[in-house]
Write a protein that binds this ligand. Structure first.
Ligand SMILES: [Zn+2]
Length: 221
């Protein structure tokens, strides 16, 4: 037998073995041993941090298979707990803030709010809130009059006292109608002030002092 024939024969035998169940099993075993070895890990780390490795990572993450894997992982208990762990870290918080203040983040939130308001769940929540607010209003002893409001509106300088921006006024209860301290809930003119829509909605039912302190750098009060 010629040397080249021997070589071919050996190659064919190797290929046959590799394709057999026994051969596959032994190959898998060797692979997993290598992967968990120090050398295997180092090779993987090196590849992952290389340009090629990073490009392959991006390619995989946008592929259908990659997306399915991500979705599966995100819905798994492990994925959920790792998300929560990340969310409470400083890095997680700052990346969330960065996203919320970005143009894309703001647009997403706006879209989400519109969709939520139009949904059955959103409508039910708003109806409940309106009813709660209505009860709180009914419970008030004193109510501001149209004349009193007119006086207040006539004093509007055009600048919101909370954010110092040139905006239209909205009526706000300084101590919120649904604030924690029920004794301070009031619809009397003493509890009414004008602030812009944006400040009004971010103030919500929060304690007014806390809200103003938080916006101390903007307020003109
Ligand atoms: Zn404002």
């Amino acid at each position: 037998m010629e040397i080249s024939e021997k070589k071919l024969l050996r190659k064919a035998t190797q290929a046959k073995y590799a394709a057999s169940p026994k051969g596959k099993k032994s190959l898998d075993l060797a692979k997993s041993r290598y992967n968990s070895s120090i050398k295997g890990k180092a090779t993987r780390d090196e590849y992952n941090s290389s340009l090629d490795g990073k490009a392959a990572d991006v390619k995989y993450s946008v592929s259908l298979k990659g997306k399915v894997t991500q979705t599966k992982y995100a819905a798994s208990p492990k994925g959920k707990s790792s998300r929560i762990k990340y969310a409470i870290t400083l890095k997680g918080k700052s990346s969330r803030d960065k996203w919320a203040n970005s143009l894309g983040g703001k647009e997403y939130q706006k879209k989400y709010r519109v969709e939520y308001r139009a949904s059955l769940e959103g409508k039910a929540t708003f109806a409940k809130y309106a009813a709660k607010r209505g009860f709180a209003l009914d419970a008030c002893q004193e109510n501001f009059t149209a004349d009193q409001l007119e006086v207040l509106l006539s004093k509007w300088t055009g600048i919101c006292p909370c954010c110092n921006k040139n905006r239209k006024p909205t009526i706000d209860h300084f101590y919120p109608l649904l604030g924690k301290n029920e004794a301070l809930r009031s619809n009397a003119i003493e509890n009414i002030w004008l602030i812009c829509k944006s400040c009004n909605s971010s103030k919500g039912n929060r304690d007014p002092i806390g809200f103003l302190l938080k916006n101390l750098n903007k307020t003109t009060l």
